[in-house]
Design a protein around this ligand. Structure first.
Ligand code: MV4
Length: 596
């Protein structure tokens, strides 16, 4: 067997991406080391790792950002590689350099390649040198309003004035005409200084209604670079991506090959290794390179779905020095994949972060459905980190099937206790412009209006009174004449209403999403299994002490010559048996008791 360059990977991240990386490590036979802040003590990524180390309190302490601490833990844990995931230190060239100096393999590009592609101006110049189209404009800093006006005369309006150190759309100002240049220039400089402590700006022609299309590349340490096609990430709000898909509905195979070849040229030029993404603006059949992300991205999953290539595993394998085993011609794309980011945000309230505890959490399943998440039922979403709860990815043989499957999976996803972006995604999946594949970066705002968002019906959050008990609406399952209904009972003192008065069953048009189940359930006696009808016990299928699964048949009651099965409402142990075969029972008689 080949000697491996490393056998233990410290995952310098949290949440879903930490788990994603550890799963790939496990499949490759690599040991994993987790790090965790005090806010993440009970997190899934900590439980999943072979070994886990506390790195300190949550922010404002920069737990996941402490380079020296991470390196010290790597040494202590015997980790010979570090995977940074995304965010945190993933694109920090100083961190990559510190790993290199410490003799620990950084799973990603070299610090040198990262530096060349890290700055926007530097990346733009590398692109020009690699003959990759960029938006027409300057490559150097622009110092005066007069210079901007000269560029406006040359390139035409509108113009974009951008912070050299910018990112996430900050420090991007648009001048629609010459008379707006002075104000836009001053404003871009102020924003640049405020956000980046660096007020250098440059100028580009403004592309009014582009798509955000990015190319995934994968490179080994032997000069082989492949592109794995594109992702269309046009559905963004304030530069936060919400929906991504592959392939883009806008690209022909020829355009894909063209953009892919450009991306490969640029990656080759800077000696890139590992997985990386080149972002482009795409409008009217033209593409323009914007910047490179030198990390694995949140939305890598849709590329995995359509290529069948495990990107994180290949990050690790090329870091081990392995050769990529394919030629570009051997990369095939199959079907269509869509990712929806399920964030703990309230889409009806400007997407403000929604804090709380996942009182119910059940992921959708089935063919063509993937869920990557870092949380479980009962977890509280920490306020300190990003609001991503889960990534929901569907695959279909074509785009229509991927959308239909996404609709189904969104409806099947049960999350209670915290508002999420699920209702927003349902709006997107039902939108005709989205269905037509016509979304550009202006989709949210033009196609999804504030009025639509404000009108979303969101699941009710559990209201809790001083005693810590739920006072909000509750949903009960009842059977009326053998047909199942869900009854929603609103308001306080629900217990008394349900137990004494009975309630008229009205079939809810749409099932309530995930009622929070609390321990002090206000039902008559949660441990009692009673007969729903008057009749004769003809079979007793359990003994005291028996462990039963939900749905297990416990008794058979004969009534009016019909046999009725009485099943376990939940898993548990039969504590007491109160009837024997041939016993006559009344409706409501307790037949047995069940312990958790
Ligand atoms: C642009 C542009 C139009 N023309 N540059 C925003 C964030 C940064 N990464 C690049 N951005 C843009 N640069 C020129 N010359 C439009 C955007 C832009 C955008 C780009 C990608 C995805 C969403 C966007 C939303 C608004 C503006």
């Amino acid at each position: 067997m080949r000697r491996r360059l490393f056998s233990t990977v410290l995952v310098a991240n949290r949440g879903e991406i930490a788990l994603r990386i550890m799963r790939a490590c496990k499949e490759l036979g690599l040991r994993t080391v987790a790090v965790y802040s005090e806010a993440d003590r009970d997190a899934l990524h900590v439980r999943y790792a072979d070994d886990a180390y506390l790195i300190g309190p949550p922010p404002p302490t920069a737990s996941y950002l402490q380079i020296d601490t991470l390196l010290a833990i790597a040494r202590r844990a015997g980790a010979d590689a570090i995977h940074p995931g995304y965010g945190f230190l993933a694109e920090n060239a100083a961190f990559a350099r510190a790993c290199e100096a410490a003799g620990i393999i950084f799973v990603g590009p070299t610090s040198a390649a990262m530096e060349r592609m890290g700055g926007k101006v530097s990346a733009r110049n590398e692109a020009i040198a690699a003959d990759v189209p960029v938006v027409p404009g300057t490559t150097a800093a622009v110092e005066t309003v007069d210079e901007v006006l000269r560029l406006g005369a040359e390139l035409g309006y509108p113009l974009a004035i951008k912070a050299s150190a910018g990112g996430g759309g900050r420090g991007l100002k648009v001048a629609a005409h010459a008379d707006e240049v002075a104000a836009a220039f001053a404003s871009a400089k102020r924003e640049a200084a405020a956000y980046f402590k660096h007020d250098e700006v440059y100028v580009e022609k403004y592309i009014a209604d582009p798509r955000h299309i990015e190319i995934q590349i994968l490179a080994d340490a032997h000069g082989n670079v492949l592109h794995l096609g594109e992702r269309d990430c046009s559905i963004q709000r304030r530069h936060q991506k919400l929906v991504e898909e592959s392939p883009s509905p806008a690209l022909t195979p020829a355009m894909r090959a063209h953009m892919g070849a450009a991306a490969v040229r640029l990656a080759q030029r800077v000696g890139y290794t590992g997985a990386g993404t080149l972002e482009f603006l795409f409008e009217a059949g033209q593409f323009f390179f914007l910047e490179m992300n030198t990390r694995i991205q949140v939305e890598h999953t849709v590329t995995e779905a359509v290529t069948g290539i495990d990107l994180v595993k290949w990050q690790l394998r090329v870091a081990q020095g392995e050769h990529l085993p394919w030629t570009q011609e051997q990369i095939n794309w199959h079907g269509h994949a869509i990712e929806c980011r399920i964030n703990a945000e309230d889409p009806a309230a400007g997407f403000r972060p929604a804090l709380g505890t996942l009182t119910a959490y059940q992921e959708p399943h089935g063919f063509g459905v993937r869920v990557d998440s870092g949380y479980k039922q009962g977890d509280t979403i920490p306020q300190f980190y990003d609001s991503l709860v889960a990534k929901l990815i569907t695959w279909g043989q074509d785009r229509a099937e991927a959308i239909a499957r996404m609709r189904r999976a969104l409806a099947d996803f049960v999350i209670a206790g915290v508002r999420t972006t699920i209702p927003f995604h349902q709006l997107v999946m039902d939108n005709p412009a989205f269905a037509a594949g016509a979304a550009t970066v202006r989709f949210i705002g033009e196609q999804i209006t504030d009025a639509q968002l404000a009108a979303l019906t969101l699941p009710e959050l559990p209201a809790v009174n001083d005693a810590g008990t739920s006072t909000g609406a509750r949903t009960f399952e009842v059977e009326v004449n053998g047909r199942r209904f869900q009854v929603r009972v609103a308001g306080t003192e629900v217990a008394a209403v349900a137990a004494t008065n009975g309630v008229a069953a009205t079939q809810t048009a749409r099932r309530e999403r995930a009622p929070a189940r609390r321990k002090h359930a206000p039902m008559a006696d949660p441990d009692a299994i009673s007969s729903p009808i008057q009749g004769t016990i003809v079979a007793v299928r359990v003994q005291p002490g028996a462990q039963v699964e939900p749905g297990a048949v416990l008794f058979v009651v004969e009534a009016m010559k019909m046999e009725n099965e009485i099943t376990a409402p939940r898993a548990g142990t039969i504590k007491e048996l109160r009837v024997a075969e041939r016993a006559a029972v009344q409706a409501g008689d307790i037949l047995a008791t069940l312990e958790p």
